[in-house]
Design a protein around this ligand. Structure first.
Ligand code: G3I
Length: 375
């Protein structure tokens, strides 16, 4: 009987140690943050459920695998500043506490973005009101979390695909210089926090030229900018390695940190006309657009693994220039790509499956460092 109790106890402890994914302690799942600790930080975007620790398996996976987090939604303007002069810090404060509890560095996301704006701002047309919101929003929030978060995505997605300034509410009302002003205000409010520009597709030559010009403009104004986030929303078999390599070099040459901030690789077909990661693009569902609703074919799993392996090989080559690699989600079930640009699909863009089991892509990425033979 004693032996039975001991066996049950060992199985229980193994489950806790491995996040309950069935691997034995001897074959414990490697940890991304440990394996890459000499190279760059490894993180994930966390949703509210994960921060509230409603799923112990999610908490175990996050604590074991990552040393940095980005809140997926809860520090965006619509949620943290819902009404004029009224802030809601409840969820953001929980994110800070979660980071402290599990020793994860926090990249706060995001101060100025044209999307997910509170209703009272979307209907603002006069310059004075918008300028006041802009100043108050940045100053109040950035100063509250100075010293508590490591970095801020100060401005998110200010550029068009051709590298020109996006005609957002901020650009139309405050002019092109709003980006410089945002960094200036953030720098004053948060002197101990790193300040980043974050965007998608800025590895592409045309958009990259726009981002380089924008960063140079901030620097030329004598305003602090510490880094750039290449979001990294890419597609199976089409990860633009050459563009990524050229971009790492181009951005590093500006004297700033380079980060990959929202990494995922969609395995699903793109509906016609969808580009980039603009959240406003939505297309109707049909079965042809959701080919792997039941499971992922092995050939696709292998291609995904090759894509991640090639990408991380490149990251390792330039590890002296790369500060952080953050996945946009923890497991495939969390990903925004299950609902964008087509709602209700089953995508597989991350390193962990829906049960938190490491995928072939995870093993390939780890093997780049450990040299272990993987399937
Ligand atoms: O919280 C509400 C919930 O109350 C409601 O029942 C539900 C019904 O739709 O919506 C919930 O809010 C959604 C929110 O995600 C939380 O799940 C919003 O509708 C939805 O628009 C929002 O989507 C987020 C999107 O940004 C827009 O903010 C995605 O989760 C998030 O992954 C995505 O992240 C962006 C980055 O911030 C910037 N770069 C691109 C990236 C992907 O689009």
């Amino acid at each position: 009987m004693d032996k039975v109790i001991s066996f049950v106890l060992v199985v229980f402890i193994c489950c806790i140690c491995t996040g309950g994914n069935g691997q034995s302690a001897a074959g414990e799942i490697p940890s991304l943050k440990t394996v890459f600790k000499e190279d760059f930080l490894v993180g994930a975007a966390l949703n509210r459920h994960q921060v509230n620790e409603t799923d112990p398996m999610a908490t175990a996976c996050i604590a074991r695998q990552f040393n940095t987090l980005t809140p997926e939604n809860d520090m965006k303007a619509a949620l943290i500043h819902p009404e004029w002069g009224r802030y809601n810090f409840t969820e953001a404060d929980k994110i800070i506490a979660f980071g402290e509890r599990h020793q994860l560095q926090i990249n706060a996301h995001t101060l100025i973005w044209h999307s997910q704006l509170p209703a009272f701002v979307m209907h603002m047309h006069d310059k004075d009101s918008l300028q006041r919101f802009f100043k108050d929003h940045i100053s109040v929030i950035a100063s509250r979390y100075d010293g508590k978060v490591y970095s801020w995505d100060v401005v998110n997605e200010a550029l068009n695909e051709d590298g020109t300034m996006r005609k957002s509410l901020f650009q139309r009302t405050l002019g092109d210089d709003y980006v410089v002003q945002a960094f200036q205000l953030a720098g004053q409010a948060a002197p101990h926090t790193k300040l980043y520009y974050n965007d998608y597709n800025i590895e592409r030559p045309e958009k990259r030229a726009g981002a380089v010009a924008l960063i140079r403009k901030i620097q030329a104004a004598g305003v602090r900018i510490d880094g750039v986030g290449i979001q990294g929303h890419w597609h199976l078999g089409r990860v633009p390695l050459k563009d990524i390599e050229e971009s790492i070099l181009a951005y590093a040459a500006l004297g700033i940190d380079v980060m990959f901030t929202e990494l995922d690789i969609s395995v699903l077909p793109d509906p016609k006309g969808v580009e980039g990661a603009d959240v406003n693009q939505q297309k109707g569902y049909n079965n042809a657009l959701n080919p792997y609703a039941g499971s992922l074919p092995d050939s696709v799993q292998q291609q995904l693994a090759r894509d991640y392996e090639n990408l991380f090989r490149l990251f390792l080559r330039y590890k002296d220039k790369i500060g952080r690699v953050t996945f946009w989600g923890v497991n495939d079930g969390d990903s925004w790509l299950n609902n964008w640009p087509v709602p209700g699909r089953t995508n597989y863009p991350l390193l962990f499956d829906r049960q938190f089991n490491p995928k072939m892509a995870f093993n390939k990425v780890i093997a780049l460092k450990t040299g272990t033979v993987t399937k």
